[in-house]
Design a protein around this ligand. Structure first.
Ligand SMILES: [Zn+2]
Length: 239
């Protein structure tokens, strides 16, 4: 069997590098680090076995968020949160309100009462869309960037190739469209991102469609590549 990751690394390379936090406003965006996605056996879409990438994401997010909170820097936290019984195709039921799946993982629960943090519940993959307040009241994430004067945002969370990527790509367009004048850098902190593992053998055994196959290392890599190729900055560390 060919080593897919080695092929991707050689032919679709990514180059995460240390990112320097400047004196200008910098905010942290935490995407969907909820029980239903990141706690062992926390739901239909949660890890069913211990997963090192997910554990590292939570550790790194906690460390970063505590340093941002201590420095008085703004933090925005997305929570995937669905009305019970209302489907989000193509996914099985997940993160329904009242189940606990749509609550932050235990290590990040403190963010609920962190004065620097705003929590945004969303019922769709893309946090930018989910942040639409409706009825002409604007977009909560756009307002957050503009009101706090952010020149850069650091994005962490799960899944690299789903909710993180859709948010980051949309933010790049929104920035380039002039919706957030202070914002220059949209940074993806690689050690703080994770996705799930569903090898093709498992997907086939479960009777899932072929596109359900989801090798963790390869999908994580591919979507870092797509974000970087669209203009996101990939960070290996923050200095
Ligand atoms: Zn969802």
């Amino acid at each position: 069997m060919t080593n897919g990751l080695a092929y991707l690394s050689a032919n679709l390379p990514i180059r995460p590098a240390p990112y320097r936090l400047g004196p200008d406003g910098c905010g942290l965006v935490v995407v969907d680090e909820v029980n239903g996605f990141a706690t062992l056996k926390g739901g239909n879409l949660a890890p069913q076995a211990p997963n090192a990438q997910v554990e590292q994401m939570i550790d790194e997010t906690d460390r970063l968020a505590r340093s941002f909170a201590a420095a008085g820097r703004p933090i925005a936290v997305f929570l995937d949160s669905h009305q019970p019984g209302k489907p989000e195709p193509p996914y099985p039921a997940h993160c329904e309100r009242g189940t606990g799946e749509d609550e932050l993982v235990p290590a990040l629960k403190w963010l609920e009462t962190c004065p620097q943090a705003i929590l945004i519940r969303k019922d769709c993959i893309n946090g930018f869309v989910g942040a639409e307040a409706g009825e002409g009241r604007g977009n909560r994430i756009v307002s957050w960037v503009n009101d706090t004067g952010l020149a850069s945002i650091i994005v962490v969370g799960i899944c690299t190739d789903i909710c993180v990527m859709d948010f980051v790509l949309t933010m790049l367009s929104a920035r380039n469209h002039g919706m957030m004048p202070p914002l220059t850098d949209i940074v993806v902190y690689e050690p703080g991102c994770a996705t799930y593992a569903l090898p093709i053998e498992t997907a086939m055994a479960l009777g899932l469609p072929a596109t359900a196959a989801h090798p963790q290392a390869e999908t994580h890599h591919l979507d870092l590549y797509f974000m970087a190729s669209r203009g996101a900055i990939l960070a290996s560390s923050l200095v």
